[in-house]
Design a protein around this ligand. Sequence first.
Ligand code: SF4
Ligand code: SF4
Length: 307
Amino acid sequence: MAEPQVRSMESRLPRRRAVFAWDMHYRCNFHCAYCFYTTTGWDELAKKNRYEPPEKWEEVWSRIAAEYGRCQLRVTAGEPFTYPRFAEVVARVSKLHDLQITSNLSMTEELERFAQAADPKAVELDCTFHPTGMAFDRFLANVNLLRGAGFVANVCYLAYPAQLEGMAGFKRRFAEHGVRMNLAVYWGLYEGQQYPFAYTPGQKKFLADVVGSAESPELVNLEPIPINGKVCGSGTRYAVVQADGRVYRCGQLCEPAHCLGSIFDEDFALHAQAQPCVVDYCRCKEYQSAWEEPDRDLMDRKGQVAP
Ligand code: SF4
Ligand code: SF4
């Protein structure tokens, strides 16, 4: 029998003038131990949740489209498919902007509704496999549901220390079904140790073996590179919209000093000028949206910050 072709699906979405990460609300049907929101506290975060109907989101994002043209929206939540009338929000907003949605793929009925209504030319999915929350076969079936409907749907697995052991086996099982599993390096605490700094040399080698190369964008943050005040386009070409509508320069700078206002403000605007980065490391790889293309590629391929 022929081996299945293992597919990491290339994004078909073009690079846009501006990228917004959109935390729609802080709610998820999983409460993964390694989740930033779990460690911060879901109840506290939920106080920021502001629910708006699809019509309102269409109005808000129309204003942004009028100012910046068609943008890319990176939709996260928690779990976006738990947002009320999510498929309708997607249908309306994707007429204005490209959407890249991160999901745990657990809500099969909502996924089916979404797959029938959304436009695969404007919407793509990053599917994170959480083995403590969902059986492998069900997750794979939902990846195939999306791919069968024409969507780019990639698979990611978090290199959390407690779930390293199963990683190689899951990668092989996905490959047996023609799906490439990408890896994300863990940032955070585990058993009192700060990762990724606490990965042992043996764990680092294991991760490189699973990825198939020691030099890969998947492993950039395994040896974190200090940003050293590099001028960064976050705030001018990239920003994070939180669940209450407040917009911040990037996910690591969600502080009053780096707030650009509210997405609900009629006169909301991105900054005109790029500013130096003020933190040591770009943990969530937001530089991939905020930096010029050659600088981003240098970081991805060689793990170097351009001077
Ligand atoms: S599925 Fe994602 S958002 Fe939900 S708890 Fe897990 S890591 Fe957090
Ligand atoms: S380099 Fe990363 S952390 Fe620093 S400002 Fe830019 S996006 Fe934020």
